[in-house]
Design a protein around this ligand. Sequence first.
Ligand SMILES: Nc1ncnc2c1ncn2[C@@H]1O[C@H](COP(=O)(O)OP(=O)(O)OP(=O)(O)O)[C@@H](O)[C@H]1O
Ligand SMILES: [Mg+2]
Length: 280
Amino acid sequence: MAWFRKRSDLPQDPSTDEEPDYIEQVAEQELVAEPEPEPEPEQEERLEEEVPARELDAGPILVVNQVERFFPVGNEQLHVLKGIQMEVQPGQLVMLRGRSGSGKTTLLNILGGLDQPSSGEVYFRGNPFHTWDDDKRTLARRMDIGFIFQAFALMPLLSAWENVELSLRMANVPKAQWKSRVEHCLELVGLAKRMHHRPFELSGGEQQRVAIAKAIAHRPRLLLADEPTAELDSQMGAQVMAVFKNIIRTEQVSICMTTHDPTILEVADHVYEMVDGKFV
Ligand SMILES: Nc1ncnc2c1ncn2[C@@H]1O[C@H](COP(=O)(O)OP(=O)(O)OP(=O)(O)O)[C@@H](O)[C@H]1O
Ligand SMILES: [Mg+2]
């Protein structure tokens, strides 16, 4: 059983644009064969063994063209991003580096469709994100983008298991696949033994690893991580980077992250250096 997204499992896009919607496009790209019927409950064990490799996208995951971002502050316009030009290719680990206030988080938010540029273009898997409304971007994000924030962003009352399961629910992954997928992701980050702990019963590093499991559970094409290692000691930071390298290989994901740490920058495929809203 492949890790299919079935059209019938997906929320309906309310937009009535003539442009094909995101679900149609994902369907075209990914559903080459009719999905198999949902397994009976006793087949769940078998699912656990079979999370098949999938193809990397042929084209770039992200293309960013002349992106500017202004924020209104009082009567002024604060110019935060000043003509950003970048690309993320499938399977790449791309890092953004720059001083505090240089615009890294502002850019990550735009890359993930949480925010819109004031001008310029952002193409996510060939789709013009900058022209899409909030609903459409939210749908694409739930399906194909994972976020890791510096401050973990876990639901405090839910266990590690339930936190990871939540992103499968949000992406409308069929329920029969939750168990094997949650286990797989928690094992990937080395937390199989802590599945039923709630965040306050976990160390900072463990919480960050739950956040990674949660961010990759729905098999996003793009993982965006804002200073994912900043709160961790160097050994834990190296462990998180090892998980990132591993999931790039095994989950066919691309990663764009911010960091200040020079040892971490060494493992990047590409580093964009940001100074005052521009790449240098
Ligand atoms: N919503 C907003 N309204 C007004 N100004 C903002 C807003 N968001 C960010 N800024 C400003 O934009 C600049 C860049 O902020 P941003 O958070 O992108 O920096 P950063 O590079 O992520 O910094 P850090 O390394 O400290 O996280 C800052 O000067 C900040 O004050
Ligand atoms: Mg920031």
